[in-house]
Design a protein around this ligand. Structure first.
Ligand SMILES: Cc1cc2nc3c(=O)[nH]c(=O)nc-3n(C[C@H](O)[C@H](O)[C@H](O)COP(=O)(O)OP(=O)(O)OC[C@H]3O[C@@H](n4cnc5c(N)ncnc54)[C@H](O)[C@@H]3O)c2cc1C
Ligand code: SF4
Length: 568
């Protein structure tokens, strides 16, 4: 191992961040801004903004398969193929099933992006704040551990993140969906507005609003200084955006951190484990395996931020064993890897709409209509716990609806837009349970000698009741809006495909029932912070990444403060 003398000095930093995705990028930016010499360790290859987006400006006819992947690729990647965003234009940003195996004790679709920037290149960029109801829920309703943080404590950090990344949306004044620092909103089309009005008329507790998303509808100085520009409404985002119109680590936080002169990026380095120093009673560094040469190297730092994305953070921590922590770092109570939860995406509803045939819309809007949860908000009202956010869109059927394949008939069919079609879906909160867990395989290892992760995560009765309630309510709402041919579906999809996995290293006030304190810091290993989804106590029903970023910025500020006081 390269840990002797000069090598050790060369490999020593103030801070190490594991992972360069949405949360790792934020940790890097904040720590570098505070003057810390920071090493970001990323298992994937370098992906530089603009230079490494090979498909960003291609037209449909430039793709050999017109955007599709081959039958062989589908066959070889059954898990990945279920992700809507996996296609010819984006496939280079996704992890292939066979290259990075895991053990599914119960079906779990684990969708990953192993490269500089992680899934920040691929995400759908929907960003809503949690409300105080969400932070209070576990204590009020008696599930999970109580949150050690309130909405009011996190609110300034939401603002801090929102101003930097840029979020479009209205200030809607809703208690269930707190206002954010917003750029001008996208517009609803006529049918979406019509449905919004009818829902508000019939259901006084339901508030459909235009979606909030991390797109620059009107860039401000802070965005221009990142080298980013206005979004062009193309929705080709998951190829990487040549305008920097949406937030990704690659276009925003990482180049910002580079400019401070404090960032060192080590790509192609698979973190094996965190090194715990028994004598010092704290973590001293990180052990990596070079992704290509398989050489083992150690890096050292005063503080370590774990941001490998929820399940990989769990994996690294479970694999970080020492005489002090034989069952994984910080795992005195045996709860590491437990209480993993996700979002319930099983319900969706399709409908048609007659009317507004003389109206259309402009551009490809990168968001939908969103309606914050209206179930069990103020008190328990249904036979299931918590609720769901609802999304819907209305669009006119396109050219691919055509039944004629050639000639004048085809021309005349595609010359006019088709009927209005409505799509509505749920994003349901699931209840974290001890039995929903991940753990290390005892006999299977990956190509880098690291034990495979085993997933044992499933739905429960609560999820099924919530799904049925959504289907009934969605049908009712579309009915009062005058929609036709309303059909509800259960996608039956496995957990994981929501790509919102959370938990396993949860925060809490009590070290007996949680791993991390209110600063995302291990109760019993103070110089290690976990600030990605793994730290979440419950899941809320909002898209989670904005909350992960806010926690990351807050924890980084706390860590720097503690270092200055000599506590770390
Ligand atoms: C198609 C899609 C749509 C989505 N839509 C939304 C949305 O609309 N809104 C929303 O809030 N969220 C959305 N998400 C989820 C969002 O992408 C994640 O919540 C977010 O990226 C999590 O940030 P992270 O930093 O924890 O993980 P990531 O962004 O995945 O970054 C983790 C990084 O860690 C690296 N890493 C992993 N293991 C190791 C290791 N052992 N050593 C070194 N490096 C390692 C990975 O290579 C990766 O670069 C979506 C995701 C996808 C794929
Ligand atoms: S929609 Fe906006 S952010 Fe997405 S690729 Fe187009 S310009 Fe970029």
């Amino acid at each position: 191992m390269n840990v002797q003398g000069d090598a050790k000095e060369k490999n020593t930093f103030d801070a190490i961040v594991i992972g360069s995705g949405i949360t790792g990028g934020w940790a890097a930016k904040e720590l570098c801004d505070h003057g810390l010499k920071t090493l970001v360790i990323e298992r994937g290859r370098p992906v530089k903004h603009l230079d490494d987006y090979p498909t960003a400006t291609l037209d449909p006819w430039d793709f050999k398969l017109r955007g599709r992947v081959t039958a062989n690729e589908h066959r070889d990647n059954p898990v990945l193929s279920r992700c809507y965003a996996y296609e010819e234009a984006t496939k280079h940003f996704f992890v292939k099933d066979a290259e990075h195996p895991y053990v599914q004790e119960k079906p779990f679709d684990w969708i990953r992006g192993y490269q500089e920037g992680g899934k920040s290149l691929l995400w759908a960029r929907q960003t809503q704040r949690w409300s105080h109801f969400d932070f209070e829920a576990p204590a009020r309703d008696g599930f999970a551990a109580p949150w050690p943080v309130t909405y009011d404590e996190l609110a300034p950090w939401y603002s801090h993140v929102e101003k930097f990344i840029g979020i479009s949306g209205n200030r809607d004044g809703l208690e269930t969906l707190p206002d954010c620092e917003s750029l001008p909103p996208w517009e609803m089309n006529c049918v979406e507005k019509h449905i919004q009005e009818k829902i508000k008329l019939h259901y006084p507790d339901r508030y459909p609003v235009i979606g909030r998303c991390a797109h620059l509808t009107e860039p401000k100085e802070i965005h221009l200084s990142q080298g980013r520009g206005k979004c062009q409404a193309r929705t080709l985002c998951d190829r990487g955006c040549p305008y920097g119109g949406y937030f990704s680590s690659n276009s925003s936080t990482l180049p910002w951190a580079v400019k401070t002169g404090n960032l060192t990026m080590r790509t192609n380095a698979v973190v094996h484990s965190i090194i715990y120093d028994d004598k010092k009673g704290k973590a001293s560094g990180v052990r990596i395996v070079d992704a290509n040469s398989k050489e083992e190297v150690e890096y050292f730092a005063r503080i370590i931020f774990v941001n490998a994305a929820c399940l990989n953070s769990n994996l690294i921590l479970l694999n970080s064993t020492s005489s002090r922590f034989p069952n994984g770092l910080g795992n005195d109570n045996g709860l590491l890897g437990k209480y993993v939860a996700f979002h319930n995406y099983r319900g969706n509803v399709y409908a048609g709409f007659e009317g507004y045939k003389d109206q259309y819309y402009q551009g490809r809007r990168p968001t939908a209509i969103m309606m914050p949860s209206f179930r069990n908000v103020h008190k328990q009202e249904t036979d299931f716990l918590r609720g769901y956010m609802v999304f819907y869109t209305a669009a006119r059927a396109g050219w691919n609806r055509s039944t004629s394949s050639i000639g004048a008939d085809l021309k005349s069919e595609v010359a006019n837009p088709g009927e209005w079609q409505i799509f509505m879906m749920m994003q349901g909160e699931t209840i974290p349970k001890e039995s929903n867990r991940v753990y290390l395989s005892t006999d299977k290892k990956d190509a880098w000698g690291i034990p495979l992760l085993t997933t044992s995560v499933d739905y429960d009765d609560n999820d099924i009741k919530s799904l049925k309630d959504f289907q009934e309510q969605a049908k009712g709402m579309l009915d009062v809006a005058g929609c036709k041919n309303i059909v509800a579906h259960d996608t039956g999809q496995a957990p994981g495909l929501d790509i919102h996995e959370m938990g396993g290293v949860r925060m809490g006030k009590d070290p007996k029932t949680s791993l991390l304190n209110k600063w995302n810091q291990f109760h019993n290993c103070k110089n290690v912070f976990v600030t990605d989804g793994a730290a979440m106590v419950s899941t809320g029903n909002q898209n989670p990444s904005l909350t992960f970023m806010a926690f990351t910025a807050r924890a980084a500020s706390y860590a720097v403060d503690q270092m200055k006081k000599g506590n770390l």
